[in-house]
Design a binder for this molecule. Sequence first.
Ligand SMILES: [Zn+2]
Length: 81
Amino acid sequence: MPIKNLTLTCVNHPDHTLTRTDGLGALSMVSKNEDGSTTALPRNGMPVVFFYCELCGYVEMYAEHRTAIAMLETAGPPANP
Ligand SMILES: [Zn+2]
């Protein structure tokens, strides 16, 4: 879901705030091989931040370096009903 009022909410439960996981995750880049297959390049990728819904398990992620994530982190703990 889009960030609204510095809050991320679940796509299935619009009144429920998503919880951020500790630390960072990563999206690995891949290279395309001549035979059409791909090879994961774990040393190349993008750090991401994961959020999830404690009710249904919906997962959402954002690039770690984006300003919106810093804004969410300064907004304080989630206020789940
Ligand atoms: Zn949910």
